[in-house]
Design a protein around this ligand. Structure first.
Ligand SMILES: [Zn+2]
Length: 318
C-alpha cells in the first residue's frame, strides 16, 4: 500500500501563488492542478514534514489529507477484506435495493440499524449488456453484484453458499449470471486498536480543511458512524474474542455505518428506513478465490473510458 498526502495550498494572492509554485518545485512534484486560489498535488507520506517546513517558511496556508492506495499485494494481508470496485464508465445505471429487500425485525426501533439485507438487488435490463465482473449496487451502499462464476469460486473455496442470492430484473425474473452477496452476520464494534478512523464523525462530506461532520450515536442501540480521519494511515481491526463465533460466515456486514449516515427524513424528523450502510467484509479465503478477477488499477485504467477496477482493503483480527 502507498500512503500519499493530497495537498491543497491556498493561493489568494499573486505572491502566494508564486511562493506555492516554489514549494511544489522544491518537493519535486511534476503534476499539480492550479486554479485561481489553490494548487492541488499529491506527495508520498514521507514528504509530509518537508511540506510543512516549506509552507511555514513562506507563511503559506495549506490543507492535507493522507490517503492510501491499496495494491494487489495488500489484498490478502488481513483476516477479512473490504472489496472496492469501480465498474467501467460504460455502466452508468446502478442496481437498486428496495425496502422490500430488507428485514427490519432485528433492527433498532429508533434508527433501523441492524436491518438485514435478505433479498437481492434489481438490476436494470441494460445491465445485462455489461461485460465486467462486478456491477454497481444501490447508490451510497458500496454493495456490489458479482458474476455467478466468481461467487461459485468463493463457494468452492469456502464450502459456504448461504450468502448467494441471484440478482433480479425489473420484471422479477432472475438476472442471468449475476448474484448478490448478502451478509449473513454482523460484526461486533470495531476494536479500539483500529487506527486512522473517526468515530461519531466523518470527513466524507466536508471540503479539504473544513471541520469534520459530527454525528451523535443512536440513543437506543448506541451505534455510531465511522469514517477515515485522513490524518494517519488507517487500519481496521477487530478483537479475536469478539469475532470467535463468526468464523463460519464468509460475507459479513460491519456494525457501524460508513460516513454519511444517519440520514434523517426531515418530514418526520425520523431516520429513513434504509439509512445506515455498513460496509461488507469478505473472509480472506473468499478474496483469494476471486483475486485474479479483480483488476487492480494500472496505467490502462484511465485510458479513454475508465476501465473497471478495484482493490481490497485488508481488515485485521487481533
Ligand atoms: Zn439505534
Amino acid at each position: 500500500m502507498q500512503h500519499e498526502w493530497q495537498v491543497s495550498i491556498l493561493t489568494p494572492t499573486r505572491t502566494s501563488s508564486r511562493l506555492a509554485t516554489e514549494v511544489v518545485r522544491s518537493l519535486g512534484v511534476t503534476d499539480s492542478v492550479v486554479t485561481s486560489d489553490v494548487i492541488d498535488f499529491v506527495i508520498p507520506q514521507h514528504q509530509g514534514h518537508p511540506l510543512q517546513l516549506e509552507c511555514d517558511a513562506r507563511s503559506l496556508e495549506y490543507d492535507s489529507e493522507l490517503h492510501t492506495r491499496y495494491e494487489e499485494a495488500d489484498a490478502l494481508l488481513g483476516d477479512y477484506g473490504i472489496l472496492h470496485v469501480v465498474p467501467s464508465s460504460r455502466n452508468q445505471v446502478p442496481a437498486i435495493l428496495s425496502t422490500a429487500s430488507m428485514d427490519f425485525t432485528m433492527a433498532c426501533s429508533n434508527c433501523s440499524f441492524g436491518a438485514r439485507q435478505v433479498n437481492p438487488h434489481t438490476m436494470p435490463k441494460s445491465g445485462l449488456r455489461y461485460k465486467g465482473e462486478f456491477y454497481h449496487g444501490h447508490p451510497g451502499t458500496n454493495r456490489l453484484l458479482m458474476r455467478r462464476r466468481l461467487a461459485d469460486l468463493i463457494v468452492d473455496a469456502t464450502g459456504v453458499d448461504n450468502f448467494l442470492r441471484p440478482s433480479l430484473l425489473p420484471d422479477g425474473s432472475e438476472a442471468a449470471d449475476w448474484v448478490d452477496l448478502v451478509p449473513t452476520a454482523e460484526m461486533p464494534p470495531l476494536s479500539t486498536g483500529s487506527q486512522g478512523i473517526l468515530v461519531n464523525a466523518s470527513r466524507a462530506n466536508t471540503d479539504l480543511g473544513d471541520p469534520m461532520e459530527e454525528f451523535d450515536p443512536c440513543p437506543i442501540c448506541k451505534r455510531t458512524v465511522w469514517g477515515y480521519s485522513y490524518s494517519e494511515p488507517s487500519r481496521l481491526e477487530y478483537s479475536r474474542a469478539s469475532t470467535k463465533d463468526l468464523t463460519d460466515h464468509v460475507v459479513l456486514s460491519m456494525r457501524e455505518p460508513f460516513n454519511f449516515f444517519p440520514r434523517v427524513t426531515t418530514k418526520t424528523g425520523k431516520y429513513g428506513p434504509l439509512y445506515g450502510w455498513p460496509l461488507l467484509l469478505l473472509q480472506t479465503a473468499a478474496v483469494e478465490a476471486i483475486i485474479s478477477h479483480i483488476r487492480f488499477p494500472g496505467p490502462e485504467t484511465w485510458k479513454g473510458r475508465q476501465q473497471e477496477h478495484g482493490w481490497v482493503e485488508p481488515v485485521y483480527v487481533k
